[in-house]
Design a protein around this ligand. Structure first.
Ligand code: FAD
Length: 496
C-alpha cells in the first residue's frame, strides 16, 4: 500500500493553463502531496473540431509559459502527445505511483466524452478521479431555468445568473507549498508537437499577443485602466482599442473568468471607494462576459449545434453551392471581396488571429446572407484562423448571424456593410489600416469606393478591378435573393 502523503497527485491540465486562481491545482496542492502536472496533446481526438492552426500557435506559447512557471517552482510540466488520453494517464499513474487524478472540466462534447473515458479507465484501475470546475463563472447545474431547461434567450439568463448566483472567487493557488518529486516521468519536448505553422503566417501574432498567464493579466489590467470606462461608447468601433481582447486568454484558461469578474469589482472600489457601484460601462462588460457563459450552456444543452441548426426550420434554406459560391468563399477568406469593411476584417483576422466583434457580425452577414453560403463554411474558417476559436462561442456567433440559433438576429436582418462601416468606422480608419490600397480614398467613399466619381478614385490612386476588386456581389440585389430564400424557411411552418 503506497504512503498516501508521498504518492503524487496527477493533475491533468486541459484548458486551465495557469497557476493563479486555479481550483483544480489548488485541490491538488491542498492534499500536501507532490503534484505531477500533465498536458496532453491529442491532435485528432476532437475530429473536425481539433485545434485549428491559430489555436495551435496559442496553445504552444501558453503551454511554454506554464512550463516556465512550474519550472520556477522546480516542478516539471509533463507533456505527452496521445490519441488515447485514458491509456496515457493510466500509464503515468502507474509510472509515478499516483492513486489520484484531478482534472479541469471542459464543456465541449468531445472533451466531456474524453473525460468520461478517463474516469472509467482509471477508476477501474483503482485510481480516484476528480473533475473540478474552473472554466466558467457558474457551475453548469446553475445554468437551467426553473423548469430545469436550458435558457434560449439571453436576457432571462443574465437576470437568473447575475441576480441569483454569486460568482465564487477562485482560490489563490500560488500560495500553498509546492512539493516536488525526485523523478518526474519522461516528457515530450514541446517542439516535437509541431504546433507552430511552417509558413511565417504567424509573424504578426507576436506583435499582438503574449499568450500565457502574465500576458493575460497585463492585457486585462491595461483594459481596466484604459478601456472599461468608455466600453459602452467604444466597444463597437473597430478602429479604437475599446475592447479587452481577452478572449483567447479566457479560452485557454490563461486567466480565470471568475477572478476577472471580481477584478472588475475591485477595480471599481479602488477607483471610486469601497461603496462604489458598478458604472453602466462596467455592467455592460460583465454582461458581455456572461454571453460566453450563455454560449457554454447552449453547447452543453445542444451538443449537435456545431454541425446542425438549432432551429430545424433553417434546414430548408436554399444555400448556394456552386463554382461561383466557392470562388466567393475564397475571396471572402482572402479579404478580396471588394467590400472594404469586410476585407479589413478578414485581413485583420489573417494577420492577428482575431477580429473585432462588430466586424465578425458584418463579415458573417455578407457570407451567409448576401452570398448565401452556409454558416458552417464561415465557422470552419474562423475555427482555423482565430486564436480565440471556441466551439461554444463560435457556434453561437455563427448561428446568431444566420438566424438559426438561440436569441439570434432575426433572419430578415441583413447588415448593410456600407451603412455599418459609415456608422462604426466613420473616418475609415480601420479600413485604411487593413486595406492600405484604399488609404487615400476620401471618407465619403471609403466604404463604397464603387460609388466614387472616377476622378476621386484617380486622385486616390485606385483603379477598381486592378488595384482593388469590384464588389463581388451586388448588395441590394443579393439582399433581395437572401430574403426570398427565407421564404422556404418560413414555409416549413416550424418556429423561426
Ligand atoms: C460569427 C462570430 C463568431 C465568434 N466566434 C467566437 C469564438 O470563436 N470565440 C470567442 O471567444 N468569441 C467568439 N465570438 C464572440 C466575440 O466576437 C468575441 O468573444 C469578442 O470579439 C472577443 O473580443 P474581446 O475579448 O475584446 O471582447 P470584449 O468585448 O472585451 O468582451 C469580453 C469577453 O466577453 C465575452 N464575449 C463578448 N461578446 C461575446 C459573444 N458575442 N459571444 C460570446 N462571448 C462573448 C468574450 O469572452 C470576450 O472575451 C464570435 C462572434 C461572432 C459574431
Amino acid at each position: 500500500m503506497p504512503n498516501p502523503t508521498s504518492t503524487p497527485i496527477l493533475l491533468w491540465v486541459r484548458q486551465t493553463l495557469r497557476l493563479q486562481h486555479n481550483a483544480a491545482l489548488y485541490a491538488a496542492l491542498q492534499t500536501g502531496q507532490p503534484v505531477v502536472p500533465v498536458v496532453l496533446h491529442s491532435p485528432t481526438a476532437s475530429g473536425r473540431f481539433s485545434m485549428g492552426a491559430a489555436s495551435r500557435w496559442w496553445f504552444h506559447h501558453s503551454v511554454q509559459s506554464l512550463a516556465n512557471s512550474y519550472a520556477q517552482r522546480h516542478i516539471q510540466l509533463t507533456l505527452k502527445q496521445t490519441d488515447n488520453a485514458a491509456e496515457t494517464l493510466l500509464q503515468l499513474a502507474k509510472e509515478t505511483g499516483s492513486i489520484k487524478l484531478i482534472y479541469d472540466i471542459c464543456h465541449e462534447p468531445e472533451a466531456l466524452s474524453q473525460a468520461s473515458d478517463v474516469e472509467k479507465t482509471l477508476t477501474n484501475a483503482g485510481i480516484e478521479v476528480e473533475g473540478i470546475h474552473t472554466q466558467t463563472l457558474y457551475h453548469p447545474d446553475d445554468w437551467a431555468n426553473k423548469e430545469g431547461k436550458p435558457y434560449q434567450v439571453y436576457t432571462p439568463f443574465w437576470k437568473h445568473t447575475s441576480g441569483n448566483r454569486q460568482v465564487v472567487h477562485p482560490p489563490d493557488s500560488t500560495q500553498p507549498t509546492y512539493h516536488t518529486l525526485d523523478n518526474y516521468p519522461s516528457s515530450d519536448a514541446l517542439e516535437d508537437w509541431q504546433l507552430l505553422p511552417t509558413l511565417d503566417w504567424d509573424k504578426g501574432f507576436y506583435k499582438h499577443w503574449q499568450p500565457g498567464e502574465d500576458g493575460a493579466w497585463k492585457q486585462f489590467n491595461h483594459f481596466l485602466n484604459t478601456g472599461i470606462a468608455t466600453y459602452n461608447d467604444d466597444r463597437n468601433k473597430p478602429a479604437v482599442a475599446g475592447v479587452s481582447k481577452i478572449s483567447p486568454h479566457l479560452h485557454f484558461g490563461d486567466i480565470s473568468v471568475q477572478a476577472l469578474w471580481h477584478a472588475v469589482y475591485s477595480n471599481a472600489k479602488k477607483q471610486r471607494g469601497q461603496n462604489a457601484r458598478l458604472t453602466d460601462d462596467e455592467t455592460t462588460y460583465l454582461k458581455e462576459i456572461t454571453w460566453r457563459e450563455f454560449a457554454a450552456q447552449l453547447l452543453r444543452a445542444f451538443p449537435n449545434t456545431p454541425t446542425e441548426n438549432l432551429k430545424p426550420a433553417f434546414n430548408a434554406y436554399p444555400w448556394a453551392d456552386d463554382d461561383e459560391s466557392n470562388e466567393r468563399l475564397k475571396r471572402w477568406q482572402q479579404g478580396q471581396t471588394g467590400i472594404p469593411i469586410v476585407d479589413a476584417g478578414m485581413r485583420e483576422l489573417w494577420h492577428t488571429g482575431w477580429m473585432h466583434n462588430r466586424v465578425r457580425m458584418i463579415v458573417g452577414s455578407l457570407l451567409i446572407k448576401n452570398c448565401r453560403i452556409h454558416w458552417q463554411h464561415g465557422a470552419e474558417w474562423f475555427w482555423d484562423t482565430l486564436v480565440d476559436a471556441d466551439l461554444a462561442s463560435n457556434t453561437m456567433g455563427w448561428q446568431w448571424v444566420a438566424g438559426s440559433g438561440a436569441d439570434a438576429s432575426p433572419y430578415f436582418r441583413i447588415f448593410n456593410p456600407v451603412t455599418q462601416g459609415k456608422r462604426f468606422d466613420p473616418d475609415g480608419e480601420y479600413v485604411r489600416h487593413w486595406v492600405p490600397e484604399l488609404a487615400n480614398v476620401p471618407s465619403k467613399f471609403i466604404h463604397n469606393p464603387w460609388e466614387a466619381p472616377p476622378l476621386v478614385l484617380l486622385d486616390a490612386g485606385v483603379t477598381l478591378g486592378d488595384t482593388y476588386p469590384h464588389p463581388m456581389v451586388d448588395l441590394a440585389e443579393s439582399r433581395h435573393t437572401a430574403l426570398a430564400g427565407y421564404d422556404a424557411v418560413k414555409a416549413t411552418k416550424a418556429s423561426v
